[in-house]
Design a protein around this ligand. Structure first.
Ligand code: NAI
Length: 340
């Protein structure tokens, strides 16, 4: 395997590109910040338009991981890897074994897990080459639990109570996280409006006579107490925000804000936004459990503390006259030593 160091700027501690001639594997590991602990972050398998696009993705995602881990109070830093998929790819076994050797080369400075395009089953293959891999079980139920706690925090801040009984929540995306979250919200007494481009998924979740299945194009803008994006990024944008008819937005989807300025647009409309990377940190926390040998109980307590972090962010935002998104970044940056 041929490994080269890339020098894309000063923000990242180390960026390596690997090529394995025997299998045709090509990948990048970006380590953003290890001030708080080893750089952790998933492996994305994607068909990129160019190597530059793959590098940009690795840089952006590893930085986001530093922020997510720091804000969650975890003793770990931010990293990410991408596998550059193309039509010549070897078997999944060869691909992930090669990736495992690349991760092993970093000697524990970078710890990987699953991400878009990879599964925890793939991580079991990576593990044959390196022990520096977490994410050996489905993180979705843990992510869902964290989002549930974040929703409770937003409810407390906005309505003065954690109680979600009889609140109407519009859930966009009924996949792994959305479906698990829906069950928790139903148990808590919320009334759900649910939508998925794969409509049977939404129908599976909706309780007849109580919840309602909604066409995907309408879910974000229906009158509801809260909007819960659990599908795609970029759903909060200059077009959608003026049409929202809810008081809170909290969900699992990554990169919900199309642009940083969309946080200001939400605030100007008086809509409380619970920053995505605070709300959806449950899966990463579950990975930390594996790395640091935490008990299930400690895992649960740490995920449940997303509630306190979210309230702290809302309070800081109010005190400083900034958006919750900006307050979340400040919290993360203060833990990263301001150098991130
Ligand atoms: P998933 O792929 O299982 O579910 C996504 C669902 O959204 C699918 O059912 C899909 O059909 C639906 N969907 C796609 N476009 C849609 C649209 N325009 N309108 C309505 N529904 C649409 O993904 P998963 O794992 O549930 O993740 C959901 C989101 O949360 C993603 O943005 C993911 O990046 C993020 N996330 C997930 C974590 C996890 O532990 N799985 C951790 C942190 C973030």
């Amino acid at each position: 395997m041929h490994i080269t160091e890339l020098h894309p700027g000063t923000e990242h501690e180390l960026v390596l590109q690997a090529e394995d001639e025997r299998t045709g594997y090509r990948g990048i590991v970006a380590i953003h910040n290890t001030r708080l602990g080893p750089a952790c972050g998933g492996t994305r398998l994607w068909r990129y338009d160019s190597d530059a696009a793959a590098l940009a993705d690795a840089l952006r995602l590893s930085r986001a991981m530093s922020y997510k881990a720091a804000a969650a109070g975890l003793p770990m830093g931010g990293g990410k890897s991408v596998i550059i998929a193309d039509h010549t790819n070897p078997s999944r076994e060869d691909l992930f074994r090669a990736h495992g050797r690349f991760v092993e080369h970093l000697g524990g400075r970078y710890i990987t897990a699953e991400d878009v395009g990879t599964s925890y089953e793939d991580m079991a293959i990576v593990r044959r080459e390196t022990r520096h891999v977490a994410g050996l079980r489905d993180p979705s139920p843990f992510t869902a639990r964290g989002v549930f706690r974040a929703l409770q925090a937003a409810a407390r801040w906005r309505w003065g109570t954690d109680d979600l009984r009889n609140r109407t929540l519009a859930l966009q995306g009924c996949g792994n996280v959305g479906a698990a979250l829906a069950r928790m919200l139903q148990d808590a007494g919320a009334r759900l409006l649910v939508a998925d481009v794969d409509e049977p998924r939404a129908r599976n979740i909706a309780r007849p006579g109580f919840d309602q299945v909604i066409p995907p194009q309408a879910i974000a803008t229906l009158p509801a107490d809260g909007f819960v994006p659990c599908a795609l990024g970029g759903v909060l944008n200059a077009v959608s925000i003026p049409q929202l008819q809810c008081q809170i937005v909290v969900g699992a989807a990554n990169n919900q804000l199309a642009l940083p300025a969309d946080a200001d647009r939400l605030a100007a409309r008086g809509i409380l936004y619970g920053p995505d990377y605070i709300a959806n940190a449950g899966g990463v926390i579950d990975g930390a459990r594996y790395l640091f040998g935490w008990t299930e109980e400690r895992n649960r307590t740490t995920i449940d503390a997303i509630y306190d972090t979210m309230l702290e962010i809302f309070a800081n935002a109010e005190r400083l006259g900034i958006t919750p998104a900006a307050a979340a970044d400040r919290l993360a940056e203060s833990r990263l030593g301001g150098g991130a």
